[in-house]
Design a binder for this molecule. Structure first.
Ligand code: MN3
Length: 387
């Protein structure tokens, strides 16, 4: 008799976003390996209903409580438990049968559920980089204490993680994160003063949600990624370099103590890093499009311009300063991005306001969880006042 392999039980937090929907595609392609135990979303109730009917999880949760009745009624004929509210999302993440929690929520909201999942001993497939930006030290301490692995889903960090496979304790000299440069890479500072949110939403290589697409255009995303890399790989700020590589084929690199550089390459497709995190340390066959060297005759590299894209320098500053400074940076950024998307402020103003907030917000050198909560709350108010 053939022994049945126990399917891995997944919780997908943020299942209706870009990473969430692609994770479900990966699940569909590997039905013998994975089962969806829980799905959560913040606002997109119709898509959550559709996903719940298709994947039949044990439970679903919607962040925005206004959608509770609609969700409950739409799934009334199925044995699916339905919850609502931000707290319920954090509670879903700790349910006993879950093996892996994939965190694909947007921004600061991912912090609490990720902490709960770690405390409950779940493997974390981390797509919500803001969690590590806001509270990297706390999350890493918690993960060490509960002996939990945090597997990167972010393509750059997945690339580094793949380069480190099999390297044991070989010393890293530096991490080289690649950046596409975003849609405004070649724009002058004068031109950047006039770009619209609609233009910023057109990323040349990656299809992503609105928030991260704006962050990519302003290089804040890369700024967050250097902080994310510091925590995931335990390196110092001086060991993290950013290089602009507009083709987005090299996803990132590791330079070792002997000078050797390893890179991970592939088509820009998030399903690959998602699948690698879910199946690690195994690699499964896929039919994703393959990179063809004959169709891409050159790879180019540039230094990131921190005069035009100041957010990257603010991220280096916040990373070096430590404490709650990255949390301040994140909260200010969440507010300015929301205002930019509403066309209330211009592209360059986002950086002006962030700089102002970094100078004015209350610095805490050794923050506790409560300090992070307080910082996030106060900085949002301060940022709105400065707008
Ligand atoms: Mn990335």
């Amino acid at each position: 008799m053939q022994e049945e392999i126990k399917k891995k039980q997944l919780a997908i937090l943020g299942s209706t976003g870009s990473i969430g929907t692609q994770t479900l595609e990966v699940v569909s392609e590997n039905e013998t390996l994975f089962e969806v135990y829980a799905l959560t979303a913040n606002n997109q109730v119709d898509l959550l209903i559709e996903q719940a009917r298709k994947y039949q999880p044990e439970m679903v949760a919607i962040g925005n409580e206004a959608h509770y009745l609609k969700l409950k009624n739409a799934l009334a004929d199925l044995p699916i438990k339905v919850f609502a509210g931000a707290d319920s999302i954090a509670q879903v993440a700790e349910m006993q049968p879950i093996d892996i929690v994939l965190t694909a929520m947007v921004g600061y909201s991912g912090l609490k559920p990720t902490m709960n999942a770690i405390k409950a001993g779940k493997i974390i497939a981390l797509a919500n980089k803001e969690t590590l930006v806001v509270a990297g030290e706390l999350i890493c301490d918690l993960a060490a204490k509960h002996n939990v692995s945090i597997l990167p889903v972010d393509s750059e960090h997945s690339a580094i993680f793949q380069c480190l496979a099999g390297e044991g304790n070989n010393p890293i000299e530096k991490l080289i994160l690649t950046a596409s440069g975003g849609p405004f890479r070649t724009k002058t500072i004068t031109e950047l003063g006039h770009v619209s949110s609609a233009e910023a939403l057109k990323h040349p290589n990656w299809e992503m949600g609105a928030k991260i697409t704006i962050d990519s255009a302003s290089l804040m995303n890369k700024g967050f990624e250097i902080i994310e890399a510091k925590w995931l790989f335990g390196v110092t700020p001086e060991q993290i370099e950013v290089v602009v590589h507009p083709q987005s084929i090299i996803h990132s690199m590791v330079q070792f103590a002997d000078g050797s550089i390893k890179a991970q390459l592939g088509m820009p497709d998030m399903k690959l890093p998602i699948q690698y995190a879910l199946t690690y340390p195994d690699r499964l066959k896929t039919n994703f499009p393959r990179f063809d060297f004959n169709l891409c005759s050159q790879f180019t590299f540039e230094r990131p311009d921190m005069e035009r894209f100041r957010n990257l320098s603010y991220a280096y500053y916040a990373m070096e300063k430590g404490g709650n400074m990255p949390c301040i940076l994140n909260a200010a950024n969440e507010v300015v991005v929301a205002e930019f998307l509403k066309n209330k402020i211009g592209f360059l103003q986002m950086s002006d306001i962030i700089e102002d907030v970094l100078m004015k917000a209350q610095f805490v050198e050794k923050p506790t969880y409560d300090d992070y909560v307080k910082t996030d709350e106060l900085v949002r108010i301060l940022t709105m006042e400065l707008i």
